[in-house]
Structure formats: structure tokens, C-alpha cells
Design a protein around this ligand. Structure first.
Ligand code: URA
Length: 411
């Protein structure tokens, strides 16, 4: 067996065996298979897809490339959640404390943003003092103490995904349903939770652009989960417009706190968070979704979800009173009157990233204090000259025109 014959087989759309997939992917991790060979294989996978057996094999090889977290020292059912990523997605900050406030154990490993999408770890790091890199033992102790821990991925969790993802990112091979499913599910399975909820974002600001692809990804993730005796539920949620009003790290933490304090009821962000939390609670406790929803709403209303958030922040060394938002703010006013037909998530993501809120390439330093606050949302009416959004500017001087993100239809 050699790398060329494996690549060639995939190019001809023939099914690869477990051994062939192991040979080439492990070889890449060990430095025996070159970047250009892995790039060629990834592109053949993007173009030809993978069979279920190939996907199961790849996921298994990913999982076994590093440590698998043993959460058996934590009593009770452990639930995890993952979002496929988007613009303004601060749901973990809201959902994890809600669920934990109901006695469900949440051990949540999150990632950093890359490109236009923000990452939960960057948002948490905008809280001065907040420790995001917890050791395995710290995670277990914290979940035993307060029911929840929010941490970055440990170094040796699915190391193969790290190297493959970095290469996918620069070879236009991210957008492949089998590769996305294996990448996400291997990390979720290695993280140890028995119940996993996946929020599949679909739309202009997401990796997945169509409902059909979202459904395919959903089906695959559930199948992979079942192979490992994990209950997996998926929700498909909209990412054509940004999620909520705040985009940018500190700004999103402020918005998350406000939702946890019961503000924003009826907004899309609030509804998505209630839906996600209810599914996690219902999976963990075995209650109906309806009952779980009642409990979730009650714990937002009675302040327990907010208190749990503050408990997490304190436990992990953070201080929300020290959150920093840039003082250089510029109000962007509408150049038309009408109804807002759309606020393009991708364009707002690009704006926020250009202001400095996310890393455009590995190693970029991000500015937690910058971003965008939307004053109008999709469906709102706006008059000429009314504020559409405020942008919080750091040291970056060049950014796209914010007005380009707004589609306003005259009435
Ligand atoms: N997020 C991941 O972790 N992996 C992918 O392949 C896509 C999104």
C-alpha cells in the first residue's frame, strides 16, 4: 500500500478499506504522508464523497489518534452540545448554565473562531481572568462541584482532526459533509458525554448553506453517534441573519447575560436557546420536550440560570464587571426607508472580523472589545437616518461598509 494508490482509488470513486484510510491519515499525522498528498485525497473526498463505512472508519481513526476523556468519575448523565458555527452564535454561554441549573451535568469543550465565525472560547476569554484551558482533572472536579465546566479542547483530543482541519482550511476542502461529520463527531465522542445535541446552522453565515445538506449531515451524525452508543439529537437552525443583536466577543457576553436575565423573550436568539436547552434537558432526564421546556423557562425566569452563569465565571476566575467594550463607537444610519428584508450574516461576520473580532488566520491576535450591535433586525421597519447598527472600532482602520449588509425594501 502507498499514498498514491490510496489517492488514486478515491479519485476513481472506489471504496477505501479501514486499513487504507488508517494508513494514509495516520501517515499524515506522523509526517510520512506529505501535505500535497493529503490535499489531493481531501479534494477527491470532497468531489466523490464517502460511503458510510468509510465515514465510520475515518471517525474511528480520528478518535483513536489521541486521548479519550473518561467522565465516569462524574455522577449522572453527561450532556454535550455543539454548534456547527455561525455569526453571533453565543448559545453555549446561555444554554450551558440553563441546563446545569436544572441539575444536568454539562462538560462542554469549545473551540476558537477562525475566519468569520466566532468561537465560544474567544467569547469566554473576553471576560478578564476567565480560565479556558482546564486540565482533565479540573474539568471533572468542576463538573462534580457546580455541574458544568466550559473549557477549550485539551491538547491531545483528536490531534488528527487538528492537522487535517488546518489543511482543509487552506485547500477549500472544509465544505464536505462526510469530513464535517467525522471531524465534529470524533471530538464529541472523545469528549466523553453520553448525550450529544448538535445545532446545525444553515444559511449564508454558516458552513452549511442548504437545508438538504443540513439534513444529510444530521442523518450522518446520528448514525455515527449510534455506532458509539451515544444518543444524538440535531436541530437545524437559521444562520442567514446573525444570531441576536451582538456580534463580537465582549458584546456577545453582554447579550448572553441579558438573555439569561430574562430579557429578549420572544427573540429568535431566546427561542433557539430555549429549544437547545430543552432538548439537552429532555435527553438527560428522559422528560418530554414540553416538560423540559417548562423547566428551562422557569429557570430563566427565577434567575437560577443567570446565577449558574455567574457561578461558572467565578469558579473559572473571571470577572464580568471588567468586560471591555471599545469606546470608539460609530452609529451607522439608514440611507433608505422601508422594511429590513435581510441582514446578511456573512457580511456582518466579515465586518466584525475586519474590525478585529476574529482571527483571519492562525496566530492572529483578536480584539475582544470590538464588534457590531444591531439596532434593527430582519422584518423591522426603518426610516431614513435612523440607526441601523453601532460598530465598535479598535485599531483597524479598514472595514467594509456596514450598510452593504442591510437589504431594505421600500414600502
Ligand atoms: N467544525 C469542525 O469542528 N469540523 C468541521 O469539519 C467543520 C466545523
Amino acid at each position: 500500500m502507498n499514498a498514491i494508490s490510496v489517492i488514486d482509488k478515491k479519485r476513481l470513486n472506489q471504496e477505501l478499506s479501514y486499513e487504507e484510510i488508517k494508513f494514509i491519515f495516520e501517515g499524515f499525522l506522523n509526517g510520512e504522508v506529505e501535505d500535497y498528498q493529503m490535499s489531493a485525497l481531501l479534494m477527491a473526498i470532497v468531489l466523490n464523497g464517502m460511503t458510510d463505512n468509510e465515514i465510520f472508519a475515518l471517525t474511528d481513526i480520528f478518535i483513536n489518534s489521541g486521548d479519550v476523556l473518561d467522565l465516569s468519575e462524574i455522577d449522572g448523565v453527561k450532556v454535550d452540545k455543539h454548534s456547527t458555527g455561525g455569526i453571533g452564535d453565543k448559545t453555549t454561554l446561555i444554554v450551558a448554565p440553563i441546563v446545569a441549573s436544572l441539575g444536568v451535568k454539562v462538560c462542554k469543550m469549545s473551540g476558537r473562531g477562525l475566519g468569520y465565525t466566532g468561537g465560544t472560547i474567544d467569547k469566554l476569554e473576553s471576560i478578564p481572568g476567565f480560565r479556558v484551558a482546564l486540565e482533565d482533572d479540573d474539568v471533572i472536579n468542576q463538573v462534580n462541584d457546580i455541574g458544568v465546566a466550559l473549557t477549550s479542547q485539551t491538547k491531545n483530543l483528536v490531534p488528527l482532526d487538528k492537522v487535517v482541519y488546518s489543511l482543509r482550511d487552506v485547500t477549500a476542502t472544509v465544505e464536505s459533509i462526510p469530513l464535517i461529520a467525522s471531524s465534529i463527531m470524533s471530538k464529541k465522542i472523545a469528549s466523553g458525554a453520553e448525550k450529544i445535541l448538535i445545532d446545525i446552522k444553515v444559511g449564508s453565515g454558516a458552513l452549511i448553506k442548504t437545508i438538504e445538506d443540513a439534513n444529510k449531515l444530521s442523518e450522518l451524525m446520528i448514525k455515527i453517534g449510534n455506532k458509539y452508543n451515544r444518543e444524538v439529537r440535531t436541530l437545524v437552525t437559521d444562520m442567514n441573519t446573525p444570531l441576536g443583536k451582538a456580534i463580537g466577543n465582549s458584546l456577545e457576553v453582554v447579550e448572553a447575560v441579558s438573555i439569561l436575565r430574562g430579557h429578549g423573550k420572544g427573540s429568535y436568539l431566546y427561542n433557539v436557546c430555549v429549544e437547545l436547552a430543552s432538548n439537552m434537558v429532555s435527553m438527560a432526564l428522559g422528560d418530554s420536550l414540553e416538560d423540559a421546556k417548562k423547566m428551562v423557562i422557569e429557570n430563566i425566569n427565577n434567575g437560577q440560570a443567570y446565577e449558574k452563569f455567574m457561578e461558572i465565571v467565578k469558579y473559572q476566575g473571571g470577572d464580568v464587571t471588567k468586560l471591555k467594550v471599545s469606546e470608539k463607537a460609530k452609529v451607522i444610519r439608514s440611507n433608505a426607508s422601508g422594511v429590513i428584508k435581510n441582514i446578511d450574516a456573512l457580511k456582518i461576520g466579515m465586518l466584525s472580523a475586519a474590525l478585529g473580532s476574529s482571527a483571519m488566520k492562525q496566530g492572529d491576535v483578536i480584539d475582544h472589545s470590538v464588534g457590531v450591535i444591531l439596532h434593527k433586525l430582519k422584518g423591522d421597519t426603518v426610516n431614513f437616518g435612523e440607526p441601523l447598527c453601532t460598530i465598535y472600532i479598535g485599531s483597524e482602520e479598514y472595514y467594509p461598509d456596514p450598510l452593504e449588509a442591510f437589504e431594505i425594501e421600500a414600502i
